[in-house]
Design a protein around this ligand. Sequence first.
Ligand code: MEV
Length: 430
Amino acid sequence: MTTSRIPGFYNLPLAERLDKLAEAAGLTPEELAAFNSGGLTSEQADPMIENAVGTFGLPLGIALNFLVNGREVLVPMAIEEPSVVAGASFMAKLARTGGGFTASTSAPEMIGQMQVLDVPDLMAASMKLHEHKAELLAEADTIDPVLKKFGGGARDLEVRLIEESPIGPFLVVHLIYDVRDAMGANAVNTACERLAPRVEAITGGRVHLKILSNLADKRLAKATCKIPVKELEMVGQDNILSYGGERVRDGIIEAWAFAATDPYRAATHNKGIMNGVDAVVIATGNDWRAIEAGAHAYAARDGRYTSLSTWGRDADGNLVGELEMPMAVGIVGGATKVHPAAKAALKLMAVKSASDLAEIIVSVGLAQNLAALRALATEGIQRGHMSLHARQVAIAAGATGEQIEKVAAQMVADKTVRVDRAEEILKSLK
Ligand code: MEV
C-alpha cells in the first residue's frame, strides 16, 4: 500500500469507500463483499457455536493515516460507538508528523497453568520438577508439530508456590509456550493436559486445573509516538487559536497523571484505549475477552490498578506517549481463518505475522487514548460525540440520505439532541 491517507474518505458514498479500499489493498470483489452485513452467513455461523440462529452485525469502519514502523496501514475497526474511528484516524494523522508509531513485540510466548494439589512435600516436589524440566519440555514440544515446524514450541517451565489460599498451600506449574502466529489457547491447553500425568508422577500430587493464563505478560506489544507540540494547537472558528500546543500537551500529561494514580480514572482511561484495541481485535476475528482480561490484569500487576499508557514530554518539548500491554492475537486458526470479513481485514492490513497485527493494534490503542485525552483536556468529550450522536438520533427519527446531516447539524446548533426535536426538524424539511 502506498498510503493510508485518503483525503475526503469520510464524505464519499459507501460504495466509493469500498472502491478506494480495493484500489489501496488489492481486495477482490468477494473480499469487499465480506464487509457487507457482517460478512458471515447464518450457514457459516452455524458450525462456529452451538444453537446458532443467525449472526449479529456491528459497524465496520476504516481508520486512516496509520504509519506503523514506517509502513502505511488501513485499519479495520468493528465498533458501535461513534467518534472512535474518527478519533483514531485524526490522532494517527498527528502522529505521522512525528514519524508515526514505533511498535515492537516480545516473543509470542503464552503461559499454561497447572494447579498441583495434595502434594505431600511442596519444596521437594518443586525441586523434582526443576530436575525433570528438560524432559517435561521435550514432551510438551512434541505436541504440536505444526507450531514446531514454524519455530514454536515449549520454552520454559516455572514452579510457583502459593503459600496461602482458602484450601491451604499448593503448587502452580507454568508452561511457557511459543505459539508463533496462533492465539495459542488450544496448543497451550493441550500441552498442559498432556503433561499433567507426568507432573502428578513427579510431584506425588494431583493436577487439578490445566488451562492457559490470559495474563499473557510474556507476550507484550509496545507502541510509542511523538507529537510535535505545534501539531497539538487547536484552532476554533474564524481561525482563532483556542488552545496553544503547550497547553494541550500539558493538559494531556495532567490527564494521564490522574489515571496513573487513581484506579477510578484509570479504568475509564484504559477503557478508551480498549475502544481502539477491541475494535481491531474484533474485526480480525480474535478473542477480545482474552485481550480485555489480559489488559486489565496487566494494569493491576503491581497490586494497584493503573494506566496502561504513559504520556510525557521530551527534551524538545514534543508530547511523547507509550502503551505496553499483553497482546495475545493470532492470524491462523479460529475465526481469523473462517470468518470472511476477518480474512479480508487481515488482507487489508497486509499483516504477515501475529506480531505485525499486535503492533498495529497497540498503535491504535495509543492513538485512541490520545484522542480521548486531547478532547478531555480541551473542549470536553461531548462536543465531538454530540455531532455523531446527533446523526444517530436523526436516523432514529426517520431521516434518510441528505436529511441525516441536515437534521443533525440543526440539532447540534440548537444544542438539543433529542428524537422529538429531530422529528420536528425533519417535518420542517419536508
Ligand atoms: C469513552 O468511550 C472513552 C473515554 O471515556 C476514555 C477516557 O475517558 O479516556 C472518553
